[in-house]
Ligand binder design. Structure first.
Ligand code: MN
Length: 746
């Protein structure tokens, strides 16, 4: 039996919840079989999820039912979406496959469920690979906006029931909601859902602040209600007297938006002046356009209260990109105590209000005049198109992409014009370059300047609302790295990056040919050893860098012969050490040297007190603990002190000796916290190692951190390891690594 997994009590609960869903679906079930379809989806989901409980203890099926309810009631979606939301977790969590869904329902439903399944695993992405897959998922999702809307409904229900989750999960889910889902809801025009998502996230991320604000809102509610009633009274009287059918309400802003304002302006709760807004929603009369009626009400209100023209927001002639339409004005309420209070008044028609509350779904639902619907739909289509373009071009950095996408959800827009008067919408802060790229990436790539409102402007100049922009081009222009700092749209960024990448590749090829030709002329085979000399000489780390800089004519190969001659990566270096002269037989010296000099060398240390250099008269002192011979200047005071205590440990017949060793140039990269004396400590540690020679030491410090490299000559890896170890012990050093030789594997 299909329902064996549920207790009688659960059956009752589920049945009641589903009946309610069906009651609410009545209004969307217009075709025959619609109700049957929803019922079948419910039965399948119930069967598939049986035996599974949510963390709250409820049967799992309660979740898909709740999501379906949100889709119908709060987002205004239709039958297919209800079916898909009932099935949204079936493929992910149970044994049923997409093929099953496709045969039992339809390929369309299956593809919606597929989208919902994919996105749930993609948003928990942590690696860039996962984000890359998220990008691809979004791209497919955008073909059917309903899938995103259902996903938002899913998230909303999960947020509403988040208290059942363990605390660390609450934080993670809340941050993700704040980062991605709230902006997405905003962008899709779901204002109420967006506010609730933000408030819920805020509550779990900052429980104390949330509680404090809620408490203060409650504490001031009586006084506020009185104020609003007093404020509304003359408006109500006036509007009624001219026969306008309307409703007026004063609503408090959400806890999150109040907190946001406190944080942004660094003010206490008491100083947030626009805690609430008064909203007038009117039923338009036929014949007179909605717009005109909005302005009429605006006039009536501003006849009563003085308005601040700087704070007038006209989203009727210029709807927000997410479809929002309304007229906002801020008016002054005089008070006896002198300082008045500013109150925001929002004026909108019932249709505008519905769109504000329920977002895009209302666009499809409402059948008002075609012009009204199409204006907002076009806005949304433009956004979708831009996102699609940004998504479909390849990116190097998936994290960048996600950030760009996220930002694109919130940006406000400006309207600018082409020379022919065509409207383009761009995010606020866009530059001439953004505009050029928005029109075409080829136009962007050749832009050299513009005429903005018939006046010359640079490609970096920021555009403003209403600007008319005529791009000037030149064949000699090419995008540069600097351009990236002067564009904000994802489209322009991507196009510039793509160009630079291609450009670099071309340069690499050109540089490679140049180099090979030159080598041939000189009769040199470009071996690894050649690169080991050439790369550092031109300040390049990799072959690619070398070729691309050469190809871009950043340097020439004029003096390459000289470079190859000098500056060898391998050297015979002269080192100094000591030897103990046999008292009796001077001839033994030669034998000693050829015999065990390697061992001898390692038993000497240079005394730190007097640091003798080759040529000084020296005397050794054998450390009784380590058995090593410390070599002092013969005149050293410390040595005298030691001699007085333990005269028998002195080693008198010590002499300087030199030897030669093949050494190889190696580069060590270091990073750490900058402090006084770092350079000194570094050079001392390295030169303290007898057979290491510094060729170059470069440190760069910024913001208390330094980075740099040391090129040294070392005879073998053992000595290199010793140096690296000793550098690591220096206070402040964070990282020491040997630069991998990019020459062989470049
Ligand atoms: Mn779910």
């Amino acid at each position: 039996m299909a329902t064996m997994g549920y207790s009688a009590e659960d059956e009752l609960l589920i049945g009641r919840e589903f009946d309610e869903l069906m009651a609410h679906c009545k209004k969307i079930c217009k075709r025959e079989g619609d109700e049957e379809l929803i019922r079948r989806a419910f039965e399948l989901a119930k069967l598939a999820h049986q035996g599974v409980k949510r963390r709250s203890g409820e049967p799992y099926i309660m979740h898909p039912i709740a999501v379906a309810r949100i889709c119908v009631d709060e987002i205004g979606l239709g039958v297919k979406s209800v079916v898909a939301s009932l099935l949204h977790d079936v493929v992910e969590d149970t044994d049923y496959t997409l093929t099953d869904i496709s045969t039992m329902f339809s390929p369309k439903i299956a593809s919606m469920v597929d989208g919902l399944t994919k996105i749930s695993s993609a948003t928990s992405a942590e690696t860039s690979e996962q984000i890359e897959s998220f990008r691809k998922v979004l791209l497919t999702l955008l073909d059917d906006v309903r899938v995103i809307l259902i996903k938002i409904a899913d998230r909303l229900h999960n947020m509403r029931t988040l208290s059942a989750m363990p605390p660390e999960k609450r934080i993670r889910i809340s941050s993700e909601t704040m980062y991605l889902f709230a902006p997405l809801a905003y962008r899709l025009g779901l204002f109420i859902v967006k506010s609730e998502l933000e408030d819920l996230s805020f509550r779990y991320m900052h429980p104390d602040q949330y509680a404090e604000i809620e408490q203060k809102i409650a504490a001031t509610s009586v006084r506020r209600k009185e104020f609003i009633d007093r404020f509304n009274a003359p408006i109500i009287e006036k509007l009624r007297s001219v026969g306008i059918d309307f409703e007026i309400s004063g609503r408090v802003k959400s806890a999150y938006s109040i907190w946001n304002k406190m944080r942004k302006k660094q003010i206490p709760f008491e100083e947030v002046y626009d805690l609430f807004a008064v909203r007038i929603v009117f039923k338009p009369t036929p014949i007179v356009p909605e717009k005109t009626q909005c302005w009429h009400i605006y006039e009536l209100v501003t006849d009563i209260y003085a308005s601040n023209p700087d704070r007038l927001r006209d989203w009727i002639n210029n709807p927000k990109a997410n479809g929002y339409e309304a007229l906002h004005t801020t008016v002054m309420v005089p008070s006896e105590e002198g300082e008045g209070t500013w109150v925001e008044v929002q004026i909108r028609s019932e249709r505008m209000n519905d769109i504000d509350e329920h977002g895009l779904a209302s666009h499809w639902k409402h059948k008002y005049t075609p012009e009204e619907v199409s204006a907002t739909d076009i806005n949304f289509d433009v956004w979708l198109k831009n996102i699609r373009e940004a998504l479909s071009s390849p990116t190097d950095n998936a994290v960048d992409f996600l950030d760009n996408f996220q930002r694109s959800l919130y940006t406000s827009e400006i309207v600018v014009f082409t020379p022919k008067g065509e409207i383009r919408k761009l995010p606020t802060g866009s530059t001439v370059l953004d505009f050029a790229y928005d029109i075409h990436s080829k136009l962007g790539a050749k832009a050299i300047g513009a005429k903005v409102n018939h006046t010359m402007a640079s490609i970096y100049d920021e555009l403003h609302n209403g600007d008319q922009v005529d791009i000037l081009t030149s064949e000699g222009v090419n995008p540069t790295l600097e351009w990236l700092d002067h564009v904000i749209t994802a489209k322009a960024k991507q196009a510039i990056k793509n160009f630079l990448k291609r450009y670099r590749q071309n340069n690499i090829e050109r540089g490679m040919t140049q180099f090979e030709t030159r080598m041939q002329e000189l009769g040199i085979t470009p071996s690894a050893r050649v690169f080991r000399k050439v790369l550092p000489a031109y300040g390049c780390k990799t072959k690619d860098e070398f070729y691309s800089k050469l190809g871009a004519e950043m340097f020439s190969l004029e003096n390459i012969q000289e470079i190859l001659r000098q500056n060898s990566a391998m050297k015979l270096l002269k080192f100094w050490t000591f030897f103990v002269k046999d008292k009796d037989d001077d001839d033994n010296f030669t034998q000693n040297q050829s015999g065990s000099i390697e061992d001898d060398r390692s038993q000497f240390d240079v005394a730190e007190c007097c640091t003798p250099i080759p040529g000084d008269d020296v005397t050794g002192y054998k450390d009784p603990k380590t058995g090593r011979i410390i070599v002092h200047k013969t005149t050293c005071h410390e040595l005298r002190r030691l001699a007085a205590q333990r005269g028998k440990n002195l080693v008198k017949n010590i002499q300087w000796s030199s030897y030669k060793e093949v050494s190889y140039l190696t580069v060590i990269e270091i990073q750490g916290i900058d402090r006084m004396g770092m350079l000194l400590d570094l050079s001392q540690v390295i030169t303290g190692q007898h057979n290491i020679n510094i060729r170059e030491l470069k440190l760069q410090s910024h913001d208390g951190i330094f980075e740099g490299y040391i090129s040294i000559y070392v005879p073998n890896t053992e000595d290199l390891a010793k140096v690296i170890n000793r550098i690591k012990q220096i206070k402040g050093i964070e990282r020491v690594t040997r630069r991998e030789n990019s020459v062989e594997n470049g």
